[in-house]
Each structure stands twice: as C-alpha cells, then as structure tokens.
Design a protein around this ligand. Structure first.
Ligand code: COA
Length: 352
C-alpha cells in the first residue's frame, strides 16, 4: 500500500491584530490574567462582511497548492474542518470548491473542532493509501470572532480564540518510510456539553436539563426547538460555552496518551520526536504535555502567543510556521496532536 505525505502547506491569518489590552477595554479582563493563564498575547480577527472561514481558506489553500507544485486542476478531493462555517448548511467544502473553481470534485466537511485537522488528515491518508485520490486539499479554517461574547460574561471563552486558516495537500509518496506513518482518532461524547455551541441547533433542549452545569446560560435556559429564537439572543445563549477547568484537566491527560499511542504503533519512543506540534489550545496545556513526556522545550512548537486558539486551523498554521522557520526539516519525525470539543482527540506521526 502507498504511504501518503504532506506535499504542500500554506496558511493565512487576517491582518488585524487584537491585543489583550484591546479586549480589556471591552470586558473585565487584563493582559496579565490572559498571559498568565493562557500564554496568549494577541490574536487576529477577520474583517466582518469581507472575510469568512471560506475566504481565509482560499488564501491558505492557494499557498498550499503552490507549495506542492500543483495547480487547482490537480486537486481531486476537499476535506474542510471548521466549527465556524459560513452557513449552517451547506458546509464550507463546497464554498471553497466554488471559490477556487474546482467544481465537480467531492467536498467533505469535518465537524471535530480542535481535532478537526487531525481527523481530516487521517481521512485523507486512508483515501490516498487506497489509491482513490492523489491530491487531497485538507483545510482547517476558523472565523471565531464572528460570534464571541465581548461582554464580561463571555470573557473565559472570548480571550482564548482567534481567526485564521491552514491548508495541506495530501499526496502519495514512493519514498520508503516517509510521509504519514500513523494516525489515531478518539472521541468521548460523554463530555459533549463541556465545550459546545448549543444554538443555533435543532436539539430543542433534549440534552440540556441540568441547568447547574451551564451557569453562563442563566436560570431559565431557552433551548427552543428552533435553531435560534429571540429569547436565546436576549439571554446571551447564542455564544460558545466552555467549562475551562474540565477541558484543561482532560486535555493534559489525553494529549500525552494519544501521542504515546502513535509512538507505540510505530515502535518509536518520545526521544525520537524531532518536533511536536500540539493543537494550540493554551500554552499551559502545551507546557504540561512537554513536562509529562519529558521533551526539551525546543522540540515543542508554540505560536499561541500570536494567534490564540484557532481551533481546526491551529495545527496547519503552526506546522507551516515551523517548516518556514527551519524547525521541521527533511527526514524529521514530526508528531501532531489535538484535543478539543466533543471531547475528541487524535494524533498523527509523520516522517517529514
Ligand atoms: N479575565 C479575568 N478573569 C477571568 C477571565 C478573564 N478572561 N476568565 C475567567 N475569569 C475569572 C473567572 O470568572 C473566575 O472568577 P471567580 O473566581 O471570581 O469566579 C476566575 O477567573 C477563575 O476562573 P476559572 O474558569 O476557574 O479559571 P481557570 O484558572 O480555569 O482559567 C481558563 C480559565 C479558560 C484559562 C482555563 O480553564 C483553561 O485554559 N482551560 C482550557 C481551555 C482550553 O484550552 N480550551 C480550548 C480547548 S481546545
């Protein structure tokens, strides 16, 4: 069977830099609090009415395609991971396809939030290995700032997230021992409501009976049967909800676990990793993973201080920056790992 490889990568971040200082003018927070708890100093925000998850993905995809030395015509499948799609449906995959003039090829949307890029890579890997496709465009793109709560009520979530896009071309490789060596995907829906965006949704409140779990949604949650109601908006129930401590606790456990799983599957050890690129959830989480694995700090790539958490886009943006900075070189053993809403988590080991 063929191995697949990342044949090209690209990323895009919006020009507008939003500092912690700027956020502290909108809500009760401080630069010190945000830096101490998350490591984030600034993030990028896309321009409303001009940019979207799809338009950012177009920029990143063009760069990845060019970097792979192919053209749009060579792309034979699209996998698009995002939690902030342009439309509730259809997904961003078809919009990207249209905007890039790649009409006719298949386009799949992935809804696995922070683990979206790893899930997408794993799917692309299977398609390439079986010989079904030869140039799969895998994208992670997020427009978080389009719907965050900029009042003090939403500060625990809002300060963390930023906008951006990353893309990769997945192709077959004939080089022995190179490319994507293994991928591992996990989920535990038991914790779905601990990091979620309930409305718009069609759930009608069926899973959300225990209001004590969702204090930020008020005493009388309005989870109607409709996607969004006036009451939901009035009560501030149309923003993401996160139980931060809970997420933190699981993240620091599941990241090392799934990284070790990838190493065990390929008979490598932690010391063999040349570069670990974790999903940029929180600098404190990355530091705890590094400590748990006993890795040197120069073997863990972090750029969260500049971009915040860009969810599905964070791994491809970080990978791209690491390659451009010469921190990932030909022949390196690169480990990608993610954890996030679902909960979902996963890893991918690549011989670059
Ligand atoms: N600025 C100032 N104070 C804030 C704040 C902000 N932006 N956000 C929350 N607080 C306050 C809380 O209101 C709370 O105040 P109280 O003690 O008066 O009630 C206090 O800080 C502690 O809140 P808590 O949520 O317990 O803080 P924490 O130490 O858990 O840190 C996170 C919050 C979000 C930084 C942390 O939980 C975290 O990083 N979790 C993981 C999040 C993550 O990675 N998400 C993405 C997953 S892919």
């Amino acid at each position: 069977m063929l191995n697949s490889k990342i044949g090209g990568i690209g990323y895009y971040v919006p020009e507008r830099i939003v500092t912690n200082e700027e956020l502290s003018k909108l809500m009760d927070t401080t630069d010190e609090w945000i830096v101490e708890r998350t490591g984030i100093k600034e993030r990028r925000y896309a321009v409303k009415h001009e940019e979207s998850s799809t338009t950012m993905a177009v920029h990143a995809s063009k760069r990845a395609i060019e970097n792979a030395g192919i053209t749009e015509k060579d792309v034979d499948f699209i996998i698009f991971a995002t939690l902030s799609p342009d439309y509730y449906f259809p997904g961003c995959g078809v919009l990207l396809q249209r905007e890039m003039g790649m009409n006719g090829i298949g386009a799949l949307d992935i809804r696995n939030q922070c683990s979206g890029f790893i899930y997408a890579l794993s799917i692309a890997d299977q398609f390439v290995k079986t010989g079904m496709y030869k140039n799969i465009l895998v994208v992670g793109s997020e427009f978080h700032s389009s719907n965050l709560d900029f009042s003090t009520r939403g500060r625990n979530v809002t300060v963390i997230f930023g906008d951006g896009a990353g893309a990769a071309i997945i192709q077959p490789t004939e080089e022995e021992g190179k490319g994507i060596l293994t991928t591992h995907l996990h989920a535990d829906g038991e914790y779905a409501e601990h990091l979620a965006y309930f409305n718009p949704g069609g759930h009608g409140g069926v899973f959300l009976k225990d209001t004590e779990l969702y204090p930020d949604y008020g005493d009388e949650p309005e989870y109607g049967g409709m996607l969004v109601t006036h009451e939901m908006i009035d009560k501030g129930q149309t923003f993401p909800h996160m139980n931060g401590r809970y997420v933190f606790k699981f993240a620091v456990e599941k990241f090392p676990e799934v990284i070790r799983e990838a190493l065990a599957a390929t008979d490598y050890e932690v010391k063999d990793i040349d570069m670990l690129i974790p999903h940029q959830a929180n600098l404190r989480i990355s530091q705890m993973i590094q400590l748990n694995l006993g890795l040197d700090s120069d073997k863990v790539f972090n750029n969260i201080e500049k971009y915040g958490n860009t969810t599905a886009a964070s791994i491809p943006i970080a990978l791209c920056e690491a390659v451009e900075a010469g921190k990932v070189k030909d022949g390196d053993l690169v480990c990608l790992a993610a954890f996030g809403s679902g909960f979902t988590w996963g890893s991918c080991l690549i011989r670059w």
